[in-house]
Design a protein around this ligand. Structure first.
Ligand code: GDP
Ligand code: IMO
Ligand code: MG
Length: 427
């Protein structure tokens, strides 16, 4: 068996959570391989709505196993809140979720560092979710991070204190007033207390070595779906650096984030919105600043699932989409939120960029200097409510889909036309 992958092709929030939940019945195991609580994956069914940050989106199928891989970083405080949210609806993730011992812990002081770094950048800030992502991955690479498996060790408290003291030294050098920042509305001391209590919640979960767990499962004929977080254009190596996250969000991240060989990767589902959104700073060539952008934000409810920030909106960018398809080896495209464009008479789609008066069809190193060049297509200009099969699609939506498939040379095999599980059409 192989590991299929579903990951974002844009700047995140493409609808990964929804589609992973829809695909879960086809798999035995759903695994997160990178990122942390900067992710916010929304799942809606039976009139319920959940937002997951760390827990894989397969959790709502009680007969399926979920894994948080070694490449993920975990904030016990956020994790325990997710567990509570699920418990409240009578879902007990202790039964079908295991965690890699090698995943890294986000400490309260990592979150403080994130806030300090971001503030010191002034107008050049990244627009981080301030969940401690950058500082935690920094400590992992610097070989001084704390790993999940260590929470049972006698020296955990002293190692925690040692790392916190190192962070404090850095924070002090920034002329920073600790009283100035709150973490999720709490003072540092109150947050730390909750964080320590949350470690006890995590102790109830089985810990595994994800590399052995996954490879053994594959040998036994089990199928695995790896769930990406963020999006390809936020990748630490290939995104619009420095306005990126701190992990490899691309398909290669599955190998290092779960412990599988590249030859074990099967299908790669690449998910994109019928338009583009971005939260935080950084280049966005097809961004709209007019009423069309506002309409997308209103109709698509484009506000961050993790931070509530309004998302920047713009037309679909096929130059960027082709880049993402190339980096990930996408075998199947998934297009979400076509319903949001229902009110547009004309729809633009970026098919090239202008860089210093030259037309180009790739993302250049100076990615902040390009302007999107568009083709215009007729909008379908009709709501997609109630459509249950591709036979019911308006002509101009079919035309839009054909245009994208021809340009990307990749098949769109799933269409999502609303937030609910049921509003999904296979093609
Ligand atoms: P993720 O981070 O990729 O899982 O995406 P988010 O959950 O952050 O953002 C996607 C938002 O769009 C969520 O509010 C979803 O409920 C919603 N959504 C997903 N698919 C569709 C769709 O096809 N149409 C509409 N209107 N909303 C969708
Ligand atoms: P999901 O999985 C959208 C963005 C932040 C910021 C940059 C760095 O829900 O798609 P970080 O917190 O990693 O330091 O932020 O990346 N970002 C996301 N944007 N969706 C996400 O996750 C994101 N995770 C991080 O807004 O611009
Ligand atoms: Mg999201």
């Amino acid at each position: 068996m192989k590991v299929d992958v579903l990951l974002g092709l844009q700047w995140g929030d493409e609808g990964k959570g929804k589609i992973v939940d829809v695909l879960t019945p086809e798999y035995d195991i759903i695994a997160r391989f990178q990122g942390g609580p900067n992710a916010g994956h929304t799942i809606e069914f039976d009139g319920l709505k959940f937002v997951l940050h760390t827990i894989p989106s397969g959790i709502f199928n009680s007969n399926k196993q979920n894994l948080i891989g070694n490449g993920v970083i975990i904030d016990p405080y956020v994790f325990s809140k997710e567990v509570k949210q699920l418990n409240f609806k009578n879902i007990d993730p202790r039964k079908n979720l295991v965690i890699s011992r090698k995943s890294h812990l986000i400490l309260p002081s990592h979150r403080m560092l994130d806030a300090v770094y971001e503030k010191s950048k002034g107008k050049f800030k990244i627009g981080s979710t301030l969940k401690g992502i950058g500082p935690t991955y920094t400590d992992k690479v610097a070989r001084q991070g704390l790993r999940m498996g260590e929470i049972f060790n006698n020296d955990f408290d002293s190692k925690y204190a040692e790392l916190k003291a190192k962070h404090q030294q850095i924070i002090n050098s920034y002329n920073y007033d600790p009283g100035e920042f709150k973490i999720d509305g709490l003072s540092f001391d109150d947050y730390e207390k909750e964080w320590i209590a949350a470690i006890e919640v995590i102790k109830d979960f089985e810990q595994v070595d994800s590399e052995n767990y996954i490879n053994e499962s594959l040998k036994q004929g089990k199928s695995v779906l790896a769930e990406g977080a963020q999006g390809t254009l936020l990748d630490i190596d290939f995104g619009s650096y420095p306005f990126v996250t701190s992990s490899n969000t691309i398909c290669a991240g599955v190998c290092s984030g779960l412990g599988i060989a590249p030859s074990k990767v099967g299908k790669v589902y690449g998910i994109f919105k019928a338009y583009c959104t971005r939260v935080g700073s950084g280049p966005f060539p097809s961004e709209l600043f007019d009423d069309d952008g506002k309409l997308m934000r209103d109709e698509g409810n484009e506000y961050g699932s993790t931070t509530g920030r309004p998302r920047r909106c713009g037309w679909l960018d096929l130059v960027a989409l082709n880049y993402s398809i190339m980096l990930n080896g996408v075998t199947d495209l998934v297009m979400t939120k076509g319903d949001v464009l229902a009110g547009f008479e004309k729809i633009k789609i970026s098919t090239s960029y202008k860089l210093k008066e030259q037309l180009i069809d790739y993302i250049p190193f100076e990615d902040d200097k390009v302007k999107a060049v568009y083709e215009e297509l007729p909008g379908w200009n009709t709501p997609l409510d109630g459509i249950t099969g591709i036979g019911g699609f308006p002509e101009h939506l079919n035309h839009y889909i054909d245009f994208i498939e021809k340009f990307t040379k990749t098949h769109i095999s799933i269409l999502s036309i609303g937030p609910d599980r049921k509003q999904t059409i296979f093609r």
